[in-house]
Design a protein around this ligand. Sequence first.
Ligand code: AMP
Ligand code: ZN
Length: 126
Amino acid sequence: MQALFLIKEVNAVADCIFCKIVSKQIPSEVVYEDDQVFVFHDINPQAPTHLLVIPKEHIQSAAHVTEKDKELLGQMFVVIKNVTEKLGLDKEGYRIVNNCGELGGQQVDHLHFHVLGGRQMQWPPG
Ligand code: AMP
Ligand code: ZN
């Protein structure tokens, strides 16, 4: 059972486009990286600034976060604060979005926060 889980996990990472972006097998417009977190521009921007903030470690979605990820998630939010300040988004504000699972509209199965800025956001989201 444990071996089956490991094989599935290895395949998920091998097939994951964001893991390939982290390892630079696929190029991206990198904004920031440290040992835990990677930030790059979305390839199909939905706002004048559209960043994706991801953990370097493969976590499938917000629904797959566990106790061991507490510090990592805190670091992701510190990175969002620092990067948005650096890009000057903090004064006007911005939106942080996480799509989780099928009904949440998640297309890439590697946990990520969208950070959207530079235009007025609407509510409710579609
Ligand atoms: P989601 O629908 O929340 O899973 O968001 C996935 C996001 O990844 C979309 O906004 C895509 O435009 C973006 N995306 C997919 N492939 C790439 C890529 N190679 N480089 C940058 N962004 C990407
Ligand atoms: Zn991944």
